[in-house]
Design a binder for this molecule. Structure first.
Ligand code: PLP
Length: 296
């Protein structure tokens, strides 16, 4: 059983010619050997999309939601539509190569390929998850940072690709360095007109009384797969759920807050802009147990 696995897709999209007409739709290669052309637009321009999928007990979680979002991102970038049957098969085959039982994740990447070639590049990489126990129990210190776009950017300026999961994550990494300079661990983006958006790799969830809320879609933020499962969990406990715009002040006034995402799962916010936030340890533990236990 492998510790990490790489499958290269020969035919990432049914719309584009395969890389090798006679080869299988995907093939495993040694992940420690070079595979990508230095001319690939994914590497030179960040021109591509990705998904990161949690694997619990050998099963990809929220797989169909991830695949739908992957196809949606491709559409926003006007990339050839991914052949989801090929991607699904490659994802499942990669997971089957990993050590069974261990918490793991799979990343799917589709790029515009080598400039001028007209064929996209695609691969699936799978490996084991590092230990997030502390983050999931003790929580994280978060700062709000201005994203510089209005909350309606997705509809006013679709060419900015807000709400697509693109490979251009340099900003999403830069804000973590800014958080560190401010003695914090993570970030909540705020729109230029003052609304809470999302984390650089996570969705914001907050609880007000018995209502579990998130800012919602159409705000130039990702439609979170983990958020959808958090809502299912909250509803199973009899809590109500909803999509509501919030200001940073409203978030600071919430009874509890989390940044949720695949792989790290629910990280309770224990400090927001320097102010302590109560961590609901019992709800958080139950939530992470539920998320870890998901089988599809
Ligand atoms: N928002 C952004 C910008 C992300 O990158 C991610 C995931 O990496 C999320 C939200 C959370 O999405 P999911 O719960 O589907 O992992």
């Amino acid at each position: 059983m492998a510790h990490h696995v790489l499958a290269i897709l020969n035919q990432p999209s049914a719309e584009a010619a395969p890389h090798d007409a006679d080869a299988a739709p995907f093939a495993f290669v040694d992940p420690s050997t070079p595979q990508l052309s230095v001319l690939d637009l994914g590497a030179t321009r960040g021109d591509g999309i990705f998904e990161t999928i949690s694997v619990g007990s050998g099963r990809a979680q929220a797989l169909e939601h991830h695949l739908r979002r992957f196809a949606g991102s491709a559409e926003k970038l006007e990339l050839p539509a991914p052949d989801l049957d090929v991607w699904r098969a490659a994802i499942l085959a990669a997971i089957a190569e990993l050590q069974p039982g261990a918490e793991s994740w799979v990343k799917t990447v589709l790029t515009r390929g080598v400039e001028g070639d007209g064929r996209p590049t695609g691969w699936v990489y799978a490996t084991h998850t590092s230990d997030f126990t502390r983050v999931r129990t003790e929580g994280i210190r978060v700062v709000t940072l201005d994203r510089g776009y209005r909350h309606d950017v997705e509809s006013t300026s679709p060419w900015l690709l807000a709400g697509a999961k693109t490979l251009s994550y340099a900003i999403n990494r830069a804000v973590l360095r800014e958080a560190k300079r401010r003695d914090a661990d993570d970030v909540v983006f705020v729109s230029s007109d003052g609304f809470v958006l999302e984390g650089p790799t996570s969705t914001v969830i907050y609880r007000v009384g018995d209502r579990v809320l998130t800012p919602g879609t159409g705000l130039g933020i990702l439609d979170g797969t983990t958020q959808a499962n958090v809502f299912r969990y909250a509803e199973s406990l009899g809590l109500s759920t909803g999509f509501e715009l919030a200001t940073p002040d409203q978030l600071r006034g919430a009874d509890a807050a989390w940044l949720v995402s695949s792989v790290r799962l629910a990280a309770p916010v224990r400090q927001l802009d320097g102010q302590p936030v109560a961590v609901d340890a019992e709800f958080t533990a139950g939530l992470n147990e539920y998320l870890l236990g998901l089988r599809d």
